[in-house]
Design a protein. Structure first.
Lengths: 259, 440
């Protein structure tokens, strides 16, 4: 019975994922007729899109490769759906950084999609990851959390959603490598403290509830210390099964009853 | 021994009499002011009894856009019209209330007369005086027919049970009865009548500008009690608290619309850009939320009406802005920064490249007496609003990270005094002030 329910929900999930992929406006599907306000047809981006986003690259670096001060994260090559949702979150006050909000205040959804698609298609080289002096025990704890999670607390592993190679999934799960340690720690902390949010269901808020500050530091340190492999881009894995539901992520979710 | 006592007693009696007279006078004035400030205009009967009519609702949706009701009555990322946006004033902060038809938290229990009374008389259904942060000094000119249409539209929205947030005004401004005295001085309900001297287009423009689009709320300077100055209508001014300068809409040149033609004005209202400049700051939001949705006829009418406004005396003559030459070294530094950072987009002569990059020569925000717009734009960058007419705007990069206060002051001073621009230089302390101001 449980098994049947699981298979059924998996099937439904797959169908939904397929439907979403077909309808997803960021794929520029010519038949896009979703109810989403920003979901209108776009054939291609303007040729001088790099000039139009000069306001972004002033801080995020040429092509969105990140600034070298470790504060403004890399946006290049992140999945388009992820970037689009972050732009919405900043514009609509679910992420708190006033200069971002001020820039986006008068931009419509459709153009935020274009901006996201533009940066998702940029693939400038990654810098060599800086090896910070971190105690070995801390790195080991970080790696354990990334790969296995914390079963006792019910915290899923990072790789459960972000992929075994941590490269993320199209269209909306970001990769976790090639980011500064402080940036990762700040995001996880903000999510835990409620100053970074998504519309419901906010999976990261659920994941981080009750995670100790030391564990956040360990995960951030380990992730930031990993070299970025060649050809590091988010994978297309519409059938990847997520441990919990996330707003804007079309992949199917494991049957809750199975737990 | 007794004589001085008598005199003292007499003096005391006189003092009491004078005090009583003063008290009576004050009471009489207060009573008069109270009467003036709370008097209702004659009720005008509703224009319909079918508020579910689809055409009426659709017209109301259009008018609600024109009035930009949504901006103050919607929190960032919140349900439309469910309230919650902070409206900062020098007297404290007010929060746009919920105007969805929720009975408990919104205006679900209001009838069309109640709605008209709020718009026209600035009163709640129970007679409470409303704070003029709700721009009823403009909305009073809205016709009963338009009020009914907006009411029908709001009634058609899904009711949202979101509690309206209490205002946090300081004493004495938090004493609602005091609004009566403010109103006695600065507010009279007013019914709009077309002026037979103007044609239909001009009258439509006048009706929109004075009423629903409430241009005066930002473009007319305010006095110390927060009232728009009657001797300087639409003469421009720094918007209190928001710290953006709303340029004059009068025919002044070069500070106002004197050099603009009607089609340039209409283009800015409709698309957010024009050959003479871009809508930025709060005006960008007004175009994004409201004006881009107006019909071509309505933006043309607004433009045509604005072009008939005479130059305002409040600006001190036409175009004579005192010029103080900045230090030569500052100008040289400004020129160098301009060449390195600005010239690619804005051109060697500040001519810009319409429609992508705004012209800086003669740009009203650049040459304004208040330096807020120019400094804030250089510090924070910004996008022209994304509109149907300009759906993929270009973004100006922020320079707060890469330029120091002195460098921003130098380049802004350079731009303000080049290519025919004749505005005062700005100082690094001006820049510092806007670097630390809240962005949103």
């Amino acid at each position: 019975m449980l098994q049947a329910g699981f298979l059924h929900s998996l099937k439904a999930g797959r169908a939904a994922a397929l439907a979403l992929t077909l309808l997803a406006p960021w794929s520029y599907a010519p038949a896009a007729t979703g109810a989403d306000a920003g979901a209108e047809q776009r054939v291609s981006l303007p040729a001088d899109m790099d000039k139009r986003v000069a306001a972004c690259t002033a801080c995020h670096g040429a092509e969105g490769r990140a600034a070298d001060d470790g504060y403004y994260p890399r946006i290049a090559g992140k999945p388009a759906g992820y970037l689009y949702h972050q732009l919405l979150n900043f514009r609509d006050g679910r992420r708190q950084y006033a200069p971002m909000t001020a820039l986006l205040e008068t931009l419509p959804d459709a153009y935020l999609r274009d901006i996201a698609a533009h940066f998702a298609a940029q693939h400038p080289p990654y810098p060599n990851s800086a090896r910070a002096p971190v105690p070995a025990a801390m790195l080991a704890r970080g790696e354990q959390l990334v790969r296995e999670g914390d079963r006792a607390r019910g915290t899923p592993a990072c790789i459960a959603c972000h992929g075994s190679d941590l490269a993320g999934l199209t269209p909306s799960v970001p990769g976790l490598l090639g980011l500064p340690r402080d940036y990762i720690a700040a995001q996880l902390g903000a999510w835990q403290g409620g100053t970074r949010k998504t519309p419901a269901p906010d999976c990261m808020a659920q994941v981080l509830a009750g995670v100790a500050p030391g564990d956040i530091a360990a995960v951030s340190a380990w992730l930031a210390a990993q070299p970025v492999p060649a050809d590091y881009t988010p994978r297309e894995a519409p059938d990847h099964i997520l441990p919990l539901a996330c707003a804007g992520v079309p992949q199917p979710v494991a049957d809750q009853e199975k737990k | 021994m007794s004589a001085p006592r008598m005199t003292r007693r007499g003096a005391k009696a006189w003092a009491v009499r004078i005090a009583a007279a003063v008290l009576v006078l004050v009471c009489a004035i207060a009573a008069g002011a109270w009467w003036l400030g709370t008097a209702d205009d004659a009720m005008i009967a509703a224009t319909t009894d079918d508020f579910s009519d689809a055409t009426l609702i659709q017209r109301g949706a259009y008018l609600a856009r024109a009035g930009n009701c949504m901006t103050c009555h919607t929190a960032r990322g919140g349900e439309p019209y469910a309230g919650g946006r902070a409206v900062p004033t020098p007297f404290g902060t007010l929060y746009g209330p919920n105007i969805t038809p929720d009975v408990e938290h919104g205006i679900g229990s209001w009838d069309a007369d109640d709605f008209w009374r709020a718009l026209h008389n600035g009163k709640s259904p129970d007679g409470e005086l409303l704070y003029p942060a709700f721009p009823y000094p403009s909305y009073t000119a809205v016709t009963r027919a338009d009020s009914d249409a907006i009411y029908a539209y709001l009634r058609s929205l899904p009711p949202i049970p979101r509690e309206s947030r209490d205002d946090t005004l300081r004493f004495p401004y938090n004493q609602r009865f005091a609004i009566a005295f403010w109103r006695a001085l600065y507010f009279r309900p007013e019914v709009h009548h077309d002026d037979p001297a103007g044609d239909q287009q001009w009258n439509r423009g006048a009706y929109l500008v004075k009423g629903l689009t409430h241009c005066a709320a930002c473009h007319t300077p305010r006095n110390s009690l927060g009232a728009t100055r009657s001797n300087a209508p639409l003469a421009g001014g720094l918007i209190p608290m928001l710290e953006w300068y709303a340029p004059p809409l009068t025919a002044n040149s070069p500070q106002g619309l004197g050099d603009w033609n009607a089609s340039e004005i209409a283009e800015l209202l409709h698309t957010g850009i024009s050959p003479r400049g871009t809508a930025s700051g709060p005006m960008g939001e007004v175009v994004f939320q409201s004006l881009q949705y107006l019909t071509e006829d309505d933006v043309q009418a607004i433009a045509a009406y604005l072009k008939t406004l005479p130059a305002s005396d409040a600006l001190g003559g036409s175009g004579a802005v005192a010029r103080t030459t900045g230090a030569a070294g500052m100008m040289a530094l400004g020129a160098k920064i301009y060449e390195a950072q600005c010239l690619d987009c804005h051109g060697a002569n500040g001519e810009g490249k319409h429609p992508a990059f705004p012209q800086l020569a003669g740009n009203l925000s650049v040459i304004a007496p208040a330096t807020a717009n120019a400094i804030r734009t250089v510090l924070n960058g910004g996008y022209a609003p994304g509109t149907a007419g300009n759906p993929q705007p270009y973004g100006m990069p922020p320079f707060r990270q890469s330029l120091s206060d002195s460098e921003v002051a130098a380049v802004v001073s350079y731009i303000r005094s080049s290519w025919g621009n004749q505005a005062n230089p700005v100082s690094p302390s001006d820049v510092r002030r806007y670097r630390t101001i809240s962005l949103n």
